[in-house]
Write a protein that binds this ligand. Structure first.
Ligand code: SAH
Ligand code: SF4
Ligand code: F3S
Length: 484
């Protein structure tokens, strides 16, 4: 007899209109199970959420943690907890490998603590091969679900606590967004806010459209309502999240009153009283509008930071990546941003080793880095993702050549980033204090509007405050300073 309860479901009408109420009932039910467990253990059961990947996953994890705490678990960072859940990423292979390593270690904890429950969810679970691997080689996992049905975590948790079989519930797709679920923020003073889910761009290297589905935008009123609630709850900074925020509302019908552009949405968010800083991530260069630049220009609440993924500086590679812009178009956009908004920091993502990339293509990328003078760049080695078009491209680049190109690029990236940050030495900036410094408890650490980190003397009481700091000394990627 199979040990799995396999609920493979792609039926979109499955999501009921009062889904959030239904989930609240499951929370009540799970409370009883957790309270029974507490009596049995003679202590409060603990839960640990381990997150991989991007800001979207981080936000999803806040929803998972909220439910776990509501039903009675105590949060812990230890993977020896009574309930451990891995929220996975599969954008590059090393993310997959990391989670499997952690999962393996977790099985040892379960041997000592047999009532322990282990769950795994997120982007990697939308890949059939990954689920099959867990089913076969990680038999101790109790619950597997994907990205489309994360809203029913309370329900799945109940099923998991009722059963000692492996529960698997993966949906192929969804066109629904479930609003009003509980969420517990990691930081009291800042929060991510999803404005849309999924991606329609199908860059040829990227797995995200396959594991996150098509673009679905939230209505402006739900977004504004969430921002207002966050502010009432002490939040000073929000980050609007989407794989390509510039295509916000493209999925709404033309006659839908909710159909407003991303810049219009940004302006509405800026009107939320008490909100002090608004960030957004990620804008795709192919449809970055002048309207967006105007809105950033006239709204001081919008952070002076634009993350503008380049991926490659070679027009031919960009074409094969399906990025829909050329090297020159990208550079023109950077010029426009620098001219209109001289105080904005521009950061980027770059991939090295895309199939067919030659050292001359990498020279083009290096040329863009020098011309654009990025304030920071995240450089990634191309990772072949099964199921994406690029995985089938014939001319995969040998590892040694990729490494050489990567090192060459990294040197230039670090140099331009250093030159860019040094420009601010001696200036003052508003810094949102995030934490007491890890290394030196007499210092606190915060972020400037352009996202640069600053360390300066202060104590815990400053956390969540925006304070003026003089940027005395630049240390490459961060500043040390003092309050003014
Ligand atoms: N939607 C965002 C990116 C999300 S993924 C955008 O378009 O910019 C974050 C970054 O991971 C990408 O910008 C890209 O640089 C990198 N990435 C995505 N797929 C990758 C792959 N197969 N190999 C290496 N890096 C990858
Ligand atoms: Fe991936 Fe491209 Fe979509 Fe970004 S825009 S998530 S890189 S497919
Ligand atoms: Fe990773 Fe999924 Fe984000 S694949 S980068 S966690 S959308």
């Amino acid at each position: 007899m199979s040990k799995e309860i396999n609920i493979l479901n792609s039926n979109r009408s499955e999501v009921s209109d009062n889904e959030s109420l239904k989930q609240l009932e499951f929370i009540e039910k799970a409370k009883v199970y957790v309270s029974d467990l507490e009596k049995e253990l003679g202590r409060k059961p603990t839960a640990c959420v381990v997150t991989f990947g991007c800001q979207m996953n981080a936000r999803d994890s806040e929803k998972l943690l909220a439910i776990l705490k509501l039903v009675g678990y105590e949060e812990t960072e230890s993977e020896k907890a009574d309930f451990v859940i891995y929220n996975t990423c599969t954008v590059r292979d090393n993310a997959d490998q990391r989670v499997l390593g952690r999962l393996g270690a977790c099985s040892n904890h379960k041997k000592k603590n047999p009532h322990m429950k282990i769950a795994i969810c997120g982007c990697m679970m939308q890949e059939q091969s990954a689920v099959e691997k867990i089913q076969k080689s990680y038999r101790f996992v109790d619950l597997i679900f994907g990205t489309h049905n994360i809203y029913k975590f309370a329900e799945l948790l109940c099923t998991c606590l009722e059963s000692d079989r492996m529960i698997i519930d993966i949906w192929k797709e969804t066109d629904k967004i479930v609003e009003d679920l509980p969420v517990l923020r990691k930081y009291p003073f800042k929060s991510g806010v999803n404005i849309m889910f999924g991606c329609n761009n199908f860059c040829t290297y990227c797995i995200v459209p396959y594991v996150r589905g098509r673009e679905r935008s939230r209505s402006p009123k739900d977004i504004i309502r969430e921002c207002e609630k966050l502010v009432a709850d002490g939040v000073k900074e929000v980050m609007l999240l989407g794989q390509n925020v510039n295509s916000y509302s493209n999925d709404f019908a033309d006659n839908d009153p909710n159909k407003i552009t991303f810049p219009q949405l940004l302006e509405e968010v800026c009107k939320v009283e008490g909100l002090e800083r608004v960030r957004f991530m990620t804008p795709h260069p192919k449809d970055f509008s002048d309207e967006l630049l105007d809105v950033i220009g006239r709204n001081p609440k919008i952070a002076r930071h634009i993350h503008l993924p380049l991926q490659s500086g070679s027009t031919e590679i960009l074409r094969r990546m399906n990025r829909k812009y050329t090297k020159d178009q990208y550079l023109e956009l950077v010029d426009k941003i620098r001219n209109k908004l001289p105080d904005v920091a521009i950061t980027t993502d770059i991939i090295v080793g895309f199939p067919g990339e030659t050292p001359a293509d990498v020279d083009e990328t290096i040329d863009v880095v020098k011309k654009a003078q990025f304030d920071n760049a995240f450089t990634f080695i191309y990772s072949k993702r099964t199921g994406t078009p690029a995985a089938g491209f014939a001319d995969q680049v040998p590892e040694k050549e990729v490494k050489e190109n990567f090192d060459r690029l990294l040197k230039v990236v670090q140099e331009t980033a250093r030159v860019q940050s040094e420009k601010m030495t001696g200036m003052s900036a508003d810094v949102l204090v995030e934490s007491v410094n890890d290394q030196d408890a007499s210092l606190v650490t915060g972020r400037m509007s352009n996202n640069t980190l600053v360390h300066f003397p202060g104590d815990e009481s400053l956390i969540g405050e925006i304070v003026k700091v003089k940027l005395s000394e630049c240390h490459g990627f961060y500043f040390s300073g003092e309050r003014v």
